[in-house]
Each structure stands twice: as structure tokens, then as C-alpha cells.
Design a protein around this ligand. Sequence first.
Ligand code: SF4
Length: 366
Amino acid sequence: MWATAPLAFPWKLLGALRGPLGSLWGSLAPLLLWLRAALRLGLGWTHRGQGRQDGPEPEGAGEEEEGGGGPDGPLTPTSVNYHFTRQCNYKCGFCFHTAKTSFVLPLEEAQRGLRLLKEAGMEKVNFSGGEPFLRDRGEYLGRLVRFCKQELRLPSVSIVSNGSLIRERWFVKYGQYLDILAISCDSFNEDVNVLIGRGQGRLNHVENLRKLRRWCREYRVAFKINSVINRFNVDEDMRAHIQELNPVRWKVFQCLLIDGENAGDGALREAERFVISKEEFQSFLDRHRGVPCLVPECNDKMKDSYLILDEYMRFLNCREGRKDPSRSILDVGVEEAIKFSGFDEETFRKRGGKYVWSKADLKLDW
Ligand code: SF4
């Protein structure tokens, strides 16, 4: 009795309040659920099929978000970089995806993998290498590009290339299926390009870049430039050239060391002499502060904010400063393989990984 008496009053009180509390909860519940959903979106947590497309990319940031499982959901491969070949005709001294194999998947298998990625939520694919135009003079690449746009209906299909092997007939045949073409160019001084290894024979890399710019305009492909800032170009002023070429984005990377690729045991390059400090990279960015299309990427951002698929369709985890492969999505599926990708969606979001990436939405005046 002594034990139960003190509890009797609260129980009675609760009983009396049950009715009013119940109706209060009934009216608050929808509001709380709405607040929870809004907070999730604000923090960039979305689940499959709930992504959103924002307006044009803000200057230098591209802070759009999307993509992926929340803290309790599976990762979504919203934006995938498929390095289907490691072979290249250039010999850049800092290359961090080197010719360690000559393997390329049969076209049908690559298409099967791309379909799996689409089913898992992929919205953007970027084809890269090595040099992606090397295989069958760009035919293999063109067929993948067309497949992704025509059959998979991906909002964005892009390519990163050194540009040296692209012919106009490729644009005629496949340009309509391509959203963005990014060309690597680290210097507007041809001697520096040769020093870096971005050059071959008599082809002038900068002149070729200008020609590709013209073709992109003519065939309605958004044009982008990628530059790796390193010991040999860190003091260069590229403002006038970039403004003249007027790319939709100018991605500026800090030269990165990856164990087993361009540094350490088993590497095909020794890139240590190309490396620059964070401060040197920042001084390059400060010099180019007024260039609106510049999107900077320091080493910290690069390591875990990309979903990289290698030539076997394995995700490459770069968190430990080397490329550790998952199992192939062709063998275990996307959901299982992506667990080992090391992908950090928060960093992806912070670096502006999701931006306006479909040429239909870019509203270019070409
Ligand atoms: S063009 Fe690209 S893939 Fe080829 S060697 Fe240079 S960095 Fe490597």
C-alpha cells in the first residue's frame, strides 16, 4: 500500500489528461513529421528516388545537393566516374590513373553494369581513363555515350579527355548524346605542357584545345576545362585564356599523390617533384579569384568525394591514400560493392558534386 499510494495521483492525473493530450498529439504529429523531412533535405539526406534539381550553379561553389542514402540508408551512386580504360597516349608525370592493365570490358558487359548503376540511382556518368578516345578511335566510347543518353536516359553524360584523339566526325555522330566534354589543360605555355608530359609529337595542346572549343559550340556540347596545379604551372596566370575560352566550369585540382599509381612501390610514376603545398595552391586560387567558372579542388576534397569505377567496374576506395578495389558490381551488384567505395556523400555535397550537369538545363547561348 505504501509503495503504491504515491503513484496513484499521477496515474489519475494522466487518465484525466489522456483525452486532451491525445488530440494535441494528433494535431502536432503531421507538423513534426514535416519538420523531420525538411531537416533531412536541408542536411542533404535523401533516399533513392527523392532527389531534387536546383537552379543554376552559384559561382565557384555549385552547392547543390542530392544523392544518396541518409545515415541509415544505402549509398546512392548519383554521380559515377567510370574509368573504363587505363591506356593513354600521353605520359603526364603526375598521372594518378596509370596504365597498370590493358583490360577493357566487352561493350555489352559495360552496358550491363551501367544499367545496374542506373537502377541503383545513377543520374550522371562521366567516362574517363586513361584516354577514353583511344579505344577503337572513340567508337567504344561513343556507343557507351549514346547508350547512356538514349536507352538509360541519364540526365547527364560527360567525358574527361586529353583531347588529342577527338575528331570532328565523332561530334557529328555522337555529339547530340553528350552533355559535357572536359578537356585537361594544365598550361597555356606549350613548353610547360611538354615538360609535364601533356603532349605528343607535333600536336600543339593549346591550339587543339581551341579547336575543340569551337566544335563544342558548333555541336552543342557544354565545354569544360580541367587543370592540375603542380610545381610547373603554379605561378602561371591563366585568367585571360580561361576568359577567352569561356568554359561552363574550370575545375582546378591540386596535384595529388596516390600510392601505387604515382608514388611508392609498384607505381608507374614518381610524381613527388610535381607536388605543391596547400599554401601554394591557395596562392594560385587567389590569383584567379575573379574567374567565375573556377571550381577549386584541394587534395582533401578529392580523396573521398568521388565514386570511381575502374576497368573491371570495381569501386576504388582512396581513403588510405591508395586505390583499394571493391568487388565488381557485375559480380555482387551495386549495393554490395558500393559499401567498400569509401565514398563520403557529405564531402561530395560540400564540394558541389551535384551541379547543373545536363546541357538541357544549362541554358547556354553556345
Ligand atoms: S592524359 Fe590523363 S590519363 Fe593520360 S597520362 Fe595524362 S593524366 Fe594520365
